[in-house]
Design a protein around this ligand. Sequence first.
Ligand code: ADP
Ligand code: MG
Length: 339
Amino acid sequence: MKRILGLFLAVCLLLAGCGAEGSKKYTRNFFAMNTYMTMTAYGPHAEEGMKAAEEGIRAIEDALSVTREGSDVWRVNHRTDEAVTLGSDAEAVMREALALAEQTGGALDPTIYPVVEAWGFTKEQRRVPGSGELREVVSRTGWQRVHLEKNKLVLAPGMEIDFGALGKGYAGREAGRILCRHNVRSAIISLGGNVEAVGSRPDGTPWRVGLRAPDGEGYAGMISVRDAAVVTSGSYERYFVDVEGKRWHHIIDPATGYPAENGLLSVTVIGSDGLLCDALSTALFVMGRDRASAFWRSRDDFEMILIEEGRRITVTEGLEKAFSVLPEYTGSTVEVLRK
Ligand code: ADP
Ligand code: MG
């Protein structure tokens, strides 16, 4: 299987590299899933491929949006019956979310939505909930209490779901597949902080993705990838400051109901599965450095870059050559994590 895949990639690279027509550049920008998305693709099939990919992303948004009336997620959260029938996208994402919730020991929890609402991250009315209120909303979460039987989802009263932690990763993965099906061999999609790279650049060199500096302006580093997703979760993305000057961000530790506070500023996950990368970027952020490191050692389906307070960067060994720190990110240290 690996050999066939290798051959396939080699053919893709050859195709991507050939001829003037093969390297013509097209871009497409649009707003979806609450974020600006940019696609760049090369070659004769680029335009039709990107059009189809955008349609695919919009269909996924229609199914997964937590705010859009009539979406699958909205119907679950406004259910009147116990069981709700999901469409294929929502069913697939829920199934993978539940598997990853189990694998991450609940650091990822697709039922965290009542807590996210209590913090006001859904309504732009951000506030610190009282401890009693927090206890009440946490009591309405728990991925173990979700029943998914084929496409029927059954939740206890008061429970609500949200795919904010992995929906964009799923959309990126699907958009990449749509581009491949349209014979696009060289493309890169940016869905907010999520990047999905198809093939390599038209000249055969890897795509380069910048890593935002989580504690300042500009970029901390650069990563070279082919056929991979690069997904970052950071406490700098969505946060508010309370009257006492304390910062609260939007990545919640399901065990406490409070934003995760463990010294991590950003987690970037790189791998071939965009949904997995997105889900893990959130879950590893919740776990913190030590648990995230142990989790990485127990698996072989992703690599990661952790940035902690004090510009302490940890890179897993699979990225040793692909990652470089930018000179302007001064005072940083880099440690390589080995298996
Ligand atoms: P983004 O890239 O949009 O910043 P992330 O992938 O970092 O998003 O996921 C954060 C979002 O996921 C939150 O806005 C919230 O909706 C939801 N969320 C927060 N904490 C968790 C968690 N522990 N498990 C699952 N979803 C979460
Ligand atoms: Mg995520």
